[in-house]
Design a protein around this ligand. Structure first.
Ligand code: AMP
Length: 295
């Protein structure tokens, strides 16, 4: 495994690999690698001959007062894990390599980034799609893997890749969870023991919503209210949003007929955590029937 810090060197490596007929997979991360990232690496390896993991805490996706400075970093530990996962390259550019003086070009995806996290973090998606464009141009991957945990990000990157004709397959990866259901996240290290326990209510509330849909409730508003009620039973949690959207284009919906995204964001101590699930009425009904027949 090699470590590359310079964009030009990364491009030369990629060009050579492509000329030799190798397929390249990219897993973009902000580091502090966990088992969610590891699962993306495993998927990346299945899709390509060579795996590049990028580790870059991207300043343009953090707003003023957010946790850019405090974001957990441990490159030595990350490097070892990438080696264990048999990555071929870790691309680890310094900030001034990605954003040298005079930088002034951004990529923006319009509609799908407006609501949900886009409403709470106004520059976030502009930063994400800009850095992904730069990573795509540096690493020249055939395929890039993104987690469903950051569902809106996945939709935005897919939209961007399509709209801007990136010749890259965007592959999605399921959310990896802790035993109690909490979605694994680098930001979980911000939680103390009590907050960590409380945070599990987020996933429980998503599962509760699935049950409600299985019982035939189709009104998004009703589900959102029930989910909010459940989360509010935990006094340590402050809800940012609970919303239901069309799973494909993230538009508002008035009835849950096809797959719908139920997304939550909440503050637990100083950590802002997000999680989501897809509500599919036909599947939730089947699950509910299976549960009934086991009773
Ligand atoms: P991050 O380092 O948080 O920017 O995440 C890098 C990539 O890992 C993104 O595509 C995330 O969606 C994905 N990811 C983060 N947490 C998880 C998880 N618990 N399960 C699966 N993928 C994840």
């Amino acid at each position: 495994m090699i470590i590359i810090e310079k964009v030009s060197e990364m491009q030369q490596w990629a060009e050579k690999a492509r000329k030799q007929g190798y397929k390249i997979a990219l897993v973009p991360t902000m580091g502090f690698i966990h088992k969610g990232h590891r699962s993306l690496m495993k998927i990346g390896k299945k899709h390509a001959d060579l795996l590049v993991v990028s580790i870059f805490v991207n300043p343009t996706q953090f707003g003023p007062g957010e946790d850019f400075e405090d974001y957990p970093r441990d490159f030595e530990r990350d490097r070892k894990i990438c080696e264990e996962e048999e990555a071929d390259v870790v691309f680890h550019p310094p900030v001034d390599e990605m954003y040298p003086e005079g930088f002034q070009t951004y990529v923006e995806v319009e509609e799908v980034t407006k609501d949900l996290c886009g409403a709470s973090r106004p520059h976030f998606f502009r930063g994400v799609t800009t850095v992904c464009t730069k990573l795509f141009n540096a690493v020249k991957p055939h395929v890039a893997i993104f987690g469903e945990k950051d569902y809106q990000q996945l939709v935005a990157v897919r939209r961007m890749a399509h709209d801007l004709n990136f010749d890259i397959e965007i592959v999605s990866a399921p959310t990896i969870r802790e035993e109690d259901g909490l979605a694994v996240s680098s930001r979980n290290v911000y939680l103390n023991e009590v907050e960590r326990k409380a945070a599990a209510v987020l996933n429980r509330s998503l599962n509760y919503a699935k049950k409600l849909v299985g019982k035939g409730i189709k009104d998004p508003q009703q589900i959102v209210e029930k989910v909010r009620e459940q989360i509010t039973t935990e006094p340590l949690i402050r809800i940012d949003y609970v919303k239901i959207k069309d799973a494909e284009d993230l538009r508002d919906i008035s009835t849950i007929n096809g797959p719908a995204l139920l997304a939550v964001a909440a503050w637990v101590g100083k950590a802002r955590l997000i999680d989501n699930t897809i509500l599919t009425p036909s599947q939730e009904r089947k699950q509910e029937e299976a549960r009934k027949s086991h009773r």
